[in-house]
Design a protein around this ligand. Structure first.
Ligand SMILES: [Zn+2]
Length: 336
């Protein structure tokens, strides 16, 4: 449904991502003072520009332009960074089927780092998303972090640094970006793309990941959000078949559906907080927890229709539980 790597690759090195400019200045400062660590943990998810920033930094180190201190985006070195043809720039990504970065990839990287660089300069490694390093791979990488190859620079990109072993985190210089507001991201997306996409709706489905949004088909996501929210309204009234719907939603756009469910629950809870909706908040918060937990496991080979079915049954019981609460006590407790 979306291709974040395409959108990231298409974003020029000279682009401006306002929420990353402070980090770029800090990196500039480190380079000028020759204080750049041999390993940097970029705490920005790929979809929010973490990969782009890593490429920008690599290009900053390779760029041959003498007119600007920042990567020009036009010289051969910059163009090679963007196209992935820079021979001294290595990239570790999860293997397609396993969705993990594995130990043999890290071993191969160690071998590559031991070789002389092509241009006699620095070797830069981008590991993204670094939280996909499995345990064995992270342990193998630790050795490289402890005994870095001379002249090498490792850039670990992740929006979820807590998923990395503390030993790996502690050996990296950390770069943390301030969290941009939704409205700031919507404003930026409008400058990047014409048309009348409802970027707020797209970000609601994808999370606040603007580069993911740029690579996605906005109209399709808007329609998906609209359809899911309508189905959830029906579910809450008891007018939806959870089994049939779960079977359908489990087959396609599973993670996006879960995001829609979470956003819908949140919007109802916001209405309750502002006094616009009279709901029994505890049950809704519990449903929200369940939706969030399901999202965390969305990438794993779980039984997706079963997870959705459980969630939809729970949503179906929310308003009926509320109706019971508002009726006079019958003396019979039918609660789950
Ligand atoms: Zn350049």
């Amino acid at each position: 449904m979306s291709d974040p790597s395409r959108a990231i690759a298409d974003l020029p090195l000279t682009a401006s991502l306002p929420w990353l400019t402070a980090l770029q200045s800090a990196l500039e400062d480190s380079i000028v003072r020759d204080r750049l660590a041999h390993a940097v943990l970029i705490q920005v998810s790929p979809g929010r520009g973490g990969d782009w920033l890593a490429r920008w930094l690599a290009a900053r180190l390779y760029c041959s332009s003498s007119t600007s201190p920042r990567p020009c985006g036009e010289c051969l070195a910059c163009r090679r960074v963007v196209s992935g043809e820079q021979p001294d720039l290595l990239c570790l990504r999860p293997i397609e089927e396993s969705k993990e970065i594995r130990i043999d990839q890290v071993r191969e990287l160690t071998t590559q780092l031991a070789l002389t660089s092509h241009a006699g300069g620095r070797k830069v490694v981008i590991i993204t998303p670094a939280d996909k390093l499995n345990r064995a791979a992270a342990n193998a990488l630790l050795k490289t972090l402890e005994e870095p190859t001379r002249g090498s620079l490792l850039l670990l990109v992740t929006g979820e640094p807590s998923r990395l072993p503390a030993t790996v985190q502690s050996r990296c210089m950390r770069l943390v970006a301030p969290r941009p507001t939704r409205s700031a991201l919507v404003a930026w997306l409008r400058t990047q793309s014409g048309g009348n996409t409802d970027w707020n709706a797209v970000l609601e489905v994808l999370g606040d990941e603007p580069l993911l949004a740029l690579g996605a088909q906005g109209g399709t996501l808007e329609a998906l959000r609209h359809e899911t929210h309508r189905a959830l309204e029906a579910a809450a009234r008891g007018g939806l078949d959870p089994v049939e719907t779960a079977e359908l939603w489990g087959k396609e756009a599973y993670a996006e559906r879960l995001a829609c469910i979470e956003a819908w629950l949140l919007s109802r809870l916001r209405e309750w907080a502002s006094g616009k909706a009279g709901i029994a908040p505890r049950a809704w918060f519990e449903a929200l927890d369940e939706a969030r937990e399901a999202r965390q496991w969305a990438d794993t080979p779980i039984n997706k229709p079963l997870v959705l079915e459980r969630l939809l049954w729970r949503l179906g019981s929310l308003e009926s539980a509320q109706r019971k609460r508002s009726q006079p006590a019958s003396g019979v407790n039918r609660g789950p």
